[in-house]
Design a protein around this ligand. Structure first.
Ligand SMILES: CC(C)(COP(=O)(O)OP(=O)(O)OC[C@H]1O[C@@H](n2cnc3c(N)ncnc32)[C@H](O)[C@@H]1OP(=O)(O)O)[C@@H](O)C(=O)NCCC(=O)NCCS
Length: 171
């Protein structure tokens, strides 16, 4: 449930290439906490450049769905979904640190799920194995643990997946 003060002014929409700078700013701020947790300043979301985000949003890479969240005129979060066959990988899911815990993330992820083309039958992602808040968040969103991987910064990650079918609470 989105907190009432956020729900009244929150808008979820499609970011365009000119939003890349704001998205990078929020992404850097949000992922610093994760980087500190793992003593890994080189995690991939912190290495991404504004040019790469702009190209992603311009459709230069593999099939992509992106959503961003605005509180008034301020971009406070975004998420991207990369499509490969019948699966969508959820990446770069970020909410500005000062508004985390207010329901923006839940609204963003639900919007991404809903925006996935009908050909997408499942969603998957990786998240830090010691990031208890994230593991709880994705568990509540219907994701279950399916494996572990180590990223190129040496961080142990958990792979999580869920089916396309809406959860009872989402119907
Ligand atoms: C993960 C993230 C996108 C969630 O967005 P959010 O707006 O904070 O999430 P919501 O407010 O919609 O949902 C709150 C739930 O998310 C979880 N959560 C995850 N990170 C949290 C945080 N920093 N603060 C508060 N709750 C957080 C909690 O489980 C909470 O559930 P609870 O109410 O049962 O405690 C956001 O916290 C974030 O940007 N984190 C840093 C970057 C990151 O780790 N991204 C995900 C990488 S896989």
């Amino acid at each position: 449930m989105v907190a009432p003060d956020v729900a009244t002014v929150l808008r979820i929409g499609v970011p365009s290439p000119e939003h890349a700078g704001e998205m990078l700013t929020v992404q850097r701020a949000a992922y610093v906490t994760e980087a500190q947790r793992y003593h890994a300043p080189g995690i991939p979301p912190l290495r991404e450049t504004v040019q790469e985000i702009r190209a992603d949003l311009a459709g230069a890479g593999p099939a992509l769905v992106a959503r961003a969240a605005w509180l008034g005129s301020r971009l406070v979060g975004s998420v991207r979904g990369r499509i490969d066959g019948a699966a969508m990988e959820v990446v770069r899911f970020t909410v500005a640190p000062d508004v985390q815990g207010g329901g923006v993330g839940r609204a963003l992820l639900a919007a991404l799920h809903a925006a996935a083309p009908a050909s997408v039958r499942s969603f998957w992602l990786v998240t830090g194995g010691r990031s208890e808040d994230n593991l709880r968040f994705y568990g509540a969103a219907g994701y279950r643990r399916t494996g572990t991987v180590v990223d190129d910064a040496g961080v142990g990650l958990v792979r999580m997946e869920r089916d396309r079918e809406p959860l009872p609470a989402e119907v």
